[in-house]
Design a binder for this molecule. Sequence first.
Ligand code: ADP
Length: 327
Amino acid sequence: MKKRVFSGLRPTNLIHIGNYLGAIKGQIDLQNKPGFDCIYGVVDLHGITTPYKPKDLPNQIRNLALDLLAAGLDPQKCHLMIQSQVPEHLELAYLLGTIFPVSRLEDLPTYKDKKAENPGYLNMGLLYYPVLMAADIMLYKADTVPVGKDQVPHIEITREFARKFNLMFGKTFPEPQAYLMEGAYVPSLKGEGKMSKSIEGSYILLTDDLEMIRKRLAGAPTDTGKGTEVPQEGGVANLLTLVELFEGKDIRMKYESQYLHEGIRYQDLKHDLANAIYEEIKPIQEKRKFYEQNSNLVEEILEEGRDYCSIIAKETLREAKEKMGLV
Ligand code: ADP
């Protein structure tokens, strides 16, 4: 039997190269492997937990679907769905919420971060985020979840949910594993933390042109270019990680050697890095135009995804409710 894969992205209109390398590349990798049945979601119900404009949301959802298809999700090899079109996600989340302590959710670093980012927008949805995410994965009995490194604690929580449910009501759900790629942690351009759409100045978007990429890289902090040890953290370390991800390990080693000897010229490094990033994302921007011009095709892909997912979701939910004594 094929292994089931699920992962999703929030529709925010700002898909960056961290999302691409960390999550989307893993999704593509798995769809191309035999033996995996892949479901990928535009997780709009997660999107509404942080401030947003209702009138913009439909476009954001559509834009993410276009971004994912342009980046390489292949409708012949995976199913693409919109989370809110399969309401069973919410019902399973509620059921899972009844077996989990609130204190465990309040202690999660991701919840604390979001709380700090949006102090004026603290809502139940934010606290419930990992519960809904566990439901997203468990609804399809997925065992493989391609995500970035920052999501690993949420996958751990999902495993806890599965273990607890199985213990209380009998074996029902597999314990899923995160599937991490080489770019599972793409650092911020600001010198600390990860690249994130919620931190202005930290990211390069999949839709950026070469000029914009150069502009964004120009803002990344550097140093004198020379020293007795190559920095392991901060702006220079982050730039070297990006060099490795987009230009390869050999080029990174060339710069490391320059740092210890003649010195790095950051202007040249940033120039070449911008070219390499643009080379990688240019074909995605071109493919996006194709999908923009074929909106009926995108509709069909999303309908197929919804129908495929609804069948599995109904079946799992029926089983979970029966085990909990609800049918
Ligand atoms: P963001 O963190 O920018 O708000 P999301 O929370 O919507 O993005 O994350 C969508 C996917 O992209 C998740 O699988 C997440 O782990 C991955 N991801 C986000 N940022 C990065 C990053 N800097 N490096 C690698 N993967 C990332």
